[in-house]
Design a protein around this ligand. Structure first.
Ligand SMILES: [Zn+2]
Length: 229
């Protein structure tokens, strides 16, 4: 079956955005917001429709998930549901609302802090104007076996803005942890126990080393050289 054209104004704008990705951008390729808006001058919130695709398993990376991208760039990573087919563009079921008990439990487990930026409820952001409001969000988490789970996490309204497509990859985190040296794993376990990053002996000695005058820095470098011979 051939796909409808992304230019067909008779289909929904989210479906048109999806078709534009497939027909004009192509998987693994980069596009910019300016290109998107140029393609859809008649759709007021085309950026938002593009973000909605993430709820239908479309993978679109921003510079936040993919550090090789510049801020205005996004990458079309992988196609999701065929949202141009009637019935396939319904919002996924996991959007059901939380009970007050579920919400309270998650906030308690997360220490009443935004897990993304660390701000507490009612605390002011750095510029001192806005106060943080905490929400409980559903995060898509890829399990080590490749399954998808939805787990609840506390985040502030600001961090949550536009994060509906954010996902975590537990398998990858576990792989990275397993690849650390035993010493690094001990340091990480300490941070996890304290739920904060404290300075390791390595950080401390690095901080002291950096402030040394050059002859002393050289003495440290030479000592290390000697130790590793
Ligand atoms: Zn936050």
């Amino acid at each position: 079956m051939s796909l409808p054209s992304w230019r067909d104004a008779g289909i929904g704008s989210m479906a048109r955005a999806a078709l534009w990705l497939v027909q004009e951008v192509g998987e693994d390729n980069i596009f910019t917001k300016a290109e998107l808006r140029e393609a859809f001058p008649d759709v007021a919130q085309i950026d938002r429709r593009m973000r909605d695709l993430r709820d239908h398993d479309w993978k679109i990376s921003t510079s936040r998930e993919d550090p090789t991208l510049r801020q205005q760039e996004q990458r079309f990573v992988a196609q999701g549901a065929e949202v141009w087919i009637p019935g396939k563009s319904k919002a996924p079921k996991h959007k059901a609302s939380l009970t007050a008990t579920q919400r309270a439990k998650v906030l308690d487990e997360d220490g009443y802090l935004c897990r993304t930026c660390g701000i507490a409820a009612g605390e002011s952001y750095e510029e001192g104007i806005e106060q943080a409001v905490l929400n409980v969000a559903r995060r898509k988490v890829i399990q080590p076996n490749g399954d998808t789970a939805y787990q609840l996490v506390t985040e502030c309204k600001r961090c949550g803005a536009g994060s509906s497509g954010r996902q975590a990859d537990l398998g990858r985190v576990l792989e990275q942890v397993a690849a650390l040296s035993p010493m690094e794993q001990r340091v990480l376990a300490g941070w996890i126990a304290a739920d904060r990053r404290s300075l390791s002996p390595l950080d401390k000695v690095w901080g002291q080393y950096r402030t040394l005058p050059e002859p002393s820095r050289k003495a440290v470098a030479d000592a290390l050289d000697g130790a590793n011979d």
